[in-house]
Design a protein around this ligand. Structure first.
Ligand SMILES: Cc1cc2nc3c(=O)[nH]c(=O)nc-3n(C[C@H](O)[C@H](O)[C@H](O)COP(=O)(O)OP(=O)(O)OC[C@H]3O[C@@H](n4cnc5c(N)ncnc54)[C@H](O)[C@@H]3O)c2cc1C
Length: 292
């Protein structure tokens, strides 16, 4: 069976892409930098807001931007850009401003027995108000949200994979009385490690059906997003039967297989064939995965 090309939702707005590259960057100013995971947990994730002033930088929910860390690599060449998903709606972090938000996790790794920090992620997490950042992009022309108001959007994520879903949710929040459902499955180890935990809890159930799933809460059984999806098999099967349902998966690469297996099980219990349905959804721009 041939694998269908990934295409955007048919009703998605056409995105602008590649307006700026490493030879022609756009400079943005940092206007806000807040840690959004508890100070007492290892996972350090920041909500970052950049202001593009009067410069042209149009974006859509689901797109990414590149950030170039200052300085040069061991060979004296400029560092390459790292990609970050946009976490705000197309009309700005604050309505009708030329700003956008990012959700950035400080990456750490072990080298010769020492804990080291990732270059770009620690550069971004350590930025101060007023700092200038060199940006490329915008990038991405498929992982976009449908514009039709009756579209149901199932969003499945872990960690910073929440960024595009914050953007899509914010877009819907600014369009009152849209009939399509928003359904979020969001996994983290604990409440303290789930970015946007407090602000998510403030969103109305009418706007978004949010299912927060924890794998390391004291005294509770380990649960991952795919386990919770199976708990809601009937509801998900009904949603999958609708030609107006779109599925988006974003976050750690490891989660994709478990989520696919859950969809497979949900479908077989509902007399649907997941492989056939997935290919049909892909070829109509209704199934999107962005893992890294
Ligand atoms: C489409 C896409 C969207 C993304 N969106 C987001 C997002 O919204 N938020 C987010 O936080 N991230 C996102 N990322 C990831 C992001 O682009 C970066 O990859 C991430 O921030 C790490 O970059 P860094 O420069 O901090 O780490 P780097 O310095 O590049 O290090 C990355 C890894 O390389 C290894 N490494 C590097 N140097 C050494 C060394 N000397 N010895 C041993 N190992 C080493 C380590 O494993 C380390 O973890 C996205 C990636 C993609 C592809």
């Amino acid at each position: 069976m041939s694998i269908p090309h990934v295409i955007p939702p048919k009703t998605a707005k056409k995105p602008e892409i590649n307006l700026y590259d490493r030879k022609n960057t756009v400079s943005a100013t940092l206007v806000s930098n807040d840690r959004i995971t508890s100070p007492d947990v290892e996972s350090e994730i920041h909500h970052i807001v950049l202001d593009f002033g009067k410069q042209n930088f149009p974006v859509l929910e689901g797109q990414n931007i590149g950030i170039i860390p200052p300085g040069t690599n061991k060979r004296g060449r400029p560092h390459i850009a790292r990609l970050y998903s946009i976490a705000s709606a197309r009309d700005g972090e604050w309505r009708n401003t030329n700003t956008l938000a990012l959700t950035v996790k400080r990456v750490t790794y072990e080298e010769n027995g020492e804990t080291k920090s990732g270059l770009a992620s620690s550069y971004v997490c350590d930025l101060s108000i007023g700092d200038e950042v060199q940006v490329t992009g915008p990038f991405g022309d498929t992982f976009l949200m449908p514009n039709n108001p009756d579209a149901n959007i199932i969003m499945i994520c872990t960690g910073t994979g929440a960024a595009p879903f914050r953007a899509m949710t914010e877009r819907r929040r600014r369009q009152p009385d849209v009939p399509g459902q928003l359904k979020l499955y969001f996994g983290a180890r604990t409440e303290g490690e789930l970015p946007y935990f407090d602000s998510l809890n403030k969103l109305s159930n009418k706007l978004i059906n949010k299912q927060l799933v924890f794998s390391r809460e004291a005294g509770k059984p380990k649960k991952y997003v795919q386990h919770h999806m199976l708990d809601e098999s009937n509801e998900l099967a009904e949603l999958l039967k609708s030609p107006e349902t779109y599925v988006y998966i974003c976050g750690l690469r490891d989660m994709e297989l478990g989520v696919e297996e859950a969809f497979d099980e949900i479908c077989s219990d509902a007399d649907l064939n997941w492989e056939t349905l997935k290919n049909e959804m892909k070829s109509s721009g209704r199934y999107h995965v962005e893992t890294y």
